[in-house]
Design a protein around this ligand. Structure first.
Ligand code: HEC
Length: 396
């Protein structure tokens, strides 16, 4: 175990792109290859569901980059001709009796990879824009939004609020956990031994516990002393939640296991989950203390009895390639998404009846990566492609 200490920073500047116009030599294919690869590989164009009309492509692009009208039209027309709609990506949506209302907000900085919304103690919704290295605040009653730029190397993966309303982020690219004071913009960075802090959760004992996927580490940060303690673990620890008996449960995205960590000693025991091909991104806990998880690689959801280690699994409605991703249990109803489908599908599963119900996310260009239950029992969602933060109000 190693101990590291914090440094204090202040917020800094942003970036913008330069654009050229169309002309006689204009080449839409070259423009796509140049403009669209600024943020991501062109393989993303294949991952999408594809669209047959320029208008649909234009709507998708508009959440990533702002282009002059002529280039927007030229690029969208080119994409509509070359990246056509793939019906095979459509989710199998299941009807049911539950009514929900989904509100979505487009976040200000385009292409920021909006993700992992949370609710702060004052009711504001916060998100992180990983690629723009920022966190944002949304007042859901007025729709007003404000973005806070973090150190540009931080590229925060997830955020979590503490009881006092400070926003803690995992500096996924600069080996830090950061604490933002929303009132002053001041940031304190706590260095970690792991190079890629990933997902964090506060424990009732006041400490922050976090996973580091590619470093294969789990850590604890004591906010009072600033002490960071980390341990090695199995491959790709991902989601993390506090269980009913105060142990922490950890999802593994690099092996078929769920870990159980003692908050004091950081000792981990493992539950083996059936099938070597199982990969679990996220999990949550029901009112009996059992763990529900997404089996992302096999297109299932599952329940782990934490006392006996028994596992029960159900096929997700859209099948083996549906790639369930996020998960939140609200009043013992399981909410997750099928991130392999386009539009991204939000799924409800009732363990009592074993029935599924599902909906297309309105701006469903993908992907919900993390969800959060508000104090009113609503579900916060997002779309990392179309830059949306969303709230699902559940009527039942
Ligand atoms: C400023 C950054 C940025 C630029 C520039 C950008 N994108 Fe994206 N794009 C994103 C982000 C963020 C995602 C989501 C990535 C993720 O979730 O991993 C994304 C995802 C996508 C996807 C995948 C959607 C899906 O269904 O999975 C497509 C298609 C796409 N972009 C098309 C384009 C095109 C076409 C252009 C050029 C006109 C472009 N992007 C330019 C940020 C950008």
């Amino acid at each position: 175990m190693r101990t590291l200490w914090a440094t204090v920073l202040l917020v800094s500047a942003s970036a913008h792109a330069d654009f050229v116009g169309t002309g006689p030599d204009y080449d839409a294919e070259a423009d796509v290859s140049e403009t669209c690869s600024v943020c991501h590989s062109l393989r993303y164009l294949d991952r999408a569901q594809g669209y047959d009309t320029a208008d649909e492509w234009s709507r998708v692009i508009a959440s990533m980059v702002s282009l002059p009208a002529a280039r927007d039209r030229a690029i969208s027309t080119y994409l509509a001709a070359n990246y056509r709609h793939k019906p095979s990506k459509a989710p199998t949506l299941i009807e049911g009796d539950t009514n929900i209302v989904i509100d979505e907000w487009l976040t200000p900085s385009l292409g920021q990879r909006t993700r992992d919304p949370i609710e702060a103690p004052d009711g504001d919704i916060w998100w992180t824009g990983m690629w723009a290295s920022l966190v944002g605040r949304l007042d859901p009653t007025t729709g007003a939004m404000q973005e806070f730029l973090l150190p540009s190397a931080a590229r925060p993966h997830s955020i979590v609020p503490d009881r006092d309303g400070f926003i803690w982020y995992t500096g996924n690219s600069n080996a830090t956990i950061g604490k933002l004071d929303p009132a002053t913009g001041e940031i304190i960075e706590y260095p970690t031994q792991a190079r890629d802090p990933h997902t964090a959760v506060f424990h009732p004992n006041g400490n922050l516990y976090f996973t580091s996927q590619h470093s294969n580490m789990l850590g604890r940060l004591n906010p009072t002393t600033g002490e960071v303690t980390e341990i090695d673990t199995r491959r790709k620890p991902y989601g993390i939640k506090v269980g009913q008996d105060n142990d922490l449960f950890v999802a593994f995205n690099g092996t078929n296991a769920i870990g159980r960590m003692n908050p004091e000693s950081l000792a981990v025991t493992y539950y083996e989950i059936p099938d070597e091909k199982t990969r679990i991104r996220r999990l949550d806990i029901d009112s009996d203390g059992h763990v529900w998880f997404v089996n992302s690689s096999l297109g299932k959801i599952g329940k782990l009895d934490v006392n006996t280690g028994t596992v029960e699994q159900w096929d997700s409605p859209s099948g083996p390639l549906s790639h369930p991703y996020s998960m939140t249990v609200i009043n013992d109803i399981i909410w997750y998404n099928e991130s392999g489908m386009r539009p991204d599908a939000l799924v409800r599963f009732d363990p009592a009846t074993e029935r599924f119900q599902s909906w297309a996310v309105p701006s469903g260009v993908g992907i919900i990566r993390h969800t959060w239950e508000t104090r009113e029992g609503d579900l916060l969602i997002h779309q990392s492609s179309s830059n949306r933060v969303g709230r699902v109000r559940i009527a039942d």
